[in-house]
Design a protein around this ligand. Structure first.
Ligand code: ADP
Length: 260
């Protein structure tokens, strides 16, 4: 029998304790923060630790309530109803993770409203049915706050239906540990990568839409661990994904070359 390694997640604050309380009380939870700060990894870790089945829906601008709730499909001469991921999770008591929920179409938000208050029920309009959520059903969503261009806002009336926890780039010591655990890289290189990450994060004048995430640093560490030259790994995994402006990219490459 092959053993599956447990999911690695390094806690940054009190998020594990908060999640456990939300699970007991079945309070919907909103994880706020930029991409690559470990939100999805955290949810996977919690699902494993609570022994819950996890369904993740990565929301985008075309995601509609039909995608979540379900639809009729034609099968031969018949029309059959197929439950969507939300309905499956509600019926079976799974953990449903709506990643980047603000990106979805407004009808998705309307659909989850009755699940996020005392009613804990889902109205399936196409069937004219109301489904009571299974006692174990838990809703978790993530959201990238709107201080960056290109990301949608979440209405206050929706936000107030969730307990919310902020995710941000971890403290250097913790981020170094994440890089080592995730990739097996030497401490010395992990420290240099984290220094580069923090240096670029502090260059707010560059006006980057998104800055260096832990994910990008993990990618660079993986490439280095796999034998790619350090500077090249930083160029392609950390700097190129950040900007398409040649001058910015060159300046960041020059800066990082001095640091690794
Ligand atoms: P998000 O969902 O916030 O966009 P992810 O959960 O996908 O971010 O994290 C991206 C990657 O960064 C993960 O695959 C993992 O390698 C790493 N990571 C970030 N934060 C952590 C953490 N606290 N513990 C373990 N790995 C982390």
């Amino acid at each position: 029998m092959t053993e599956i390694a447990p999911i690695f997640y390094k806690a940054i604050g009190a998020e594990i304790e908060i999640f456990n309380h939300c699970d007991v009380l079945k309070l919907p939870l909103l994880l706020k923060g930029p991409t690559g700060t470990g939100k999805s990894r955290f949810v996977e870790y919690m699902a494993e630790s609570l022994n819950k089945k996890l369904i993740t829906v990565s929301c985008h601008e075309e995601t509609s309530s039909t995608d979540l709730i379900g639809r009729f499909i034609i099968k031969g001469a018949e029309t059959v109803w197929i439950d969507g991921p939300l309905t499956i999770a509600v019926k079976n008591g799974y953990l449903l993770y709506l990643d980047e929920v603000a990106e979805a179409r407004p009808d998705v938000i309307v659909a989850i409203h009755s699940l996020t208050d005392h009613r804990r029920e889902l109205f399936v309009d196409k069937l004219g049915e109301t489904i009571k959520a299974h006692p174990d059903f838990l809703l978790v969503a993530s959201f990238n706050p709107g201080y960056q261009k290109g990301f949608k806002e979440l209405k206050p009336s929706t936000r107030q239906r969730f307990v919310a926890v902020s995710f941000d780039y971890p403290q250097p010591k913790i981020e170094v540990e994440i890089l080592i655990q995730e990739t097996g890289i030497d401490k010395d290189i992990a420290e240099k990568l984290v220094k580069i990450g923090n240096k670029i994060r502090n260059l707010t004048e560059l006006g980057l839409t998104e800055t260096v995430s832990t994910r990008l640093l993990v990618d660079a560490a993986k490439l280095i661990h796999n034998g790619l030259a350090k500077r090249l790994a930083v160029h392609i995994a950390v700097i190129e994904p950040l900007s398409d402006e040649l001058e910015t990219v060159q300046a960041l490459k020059d800066l990082s070359d001095l640091m690794i």
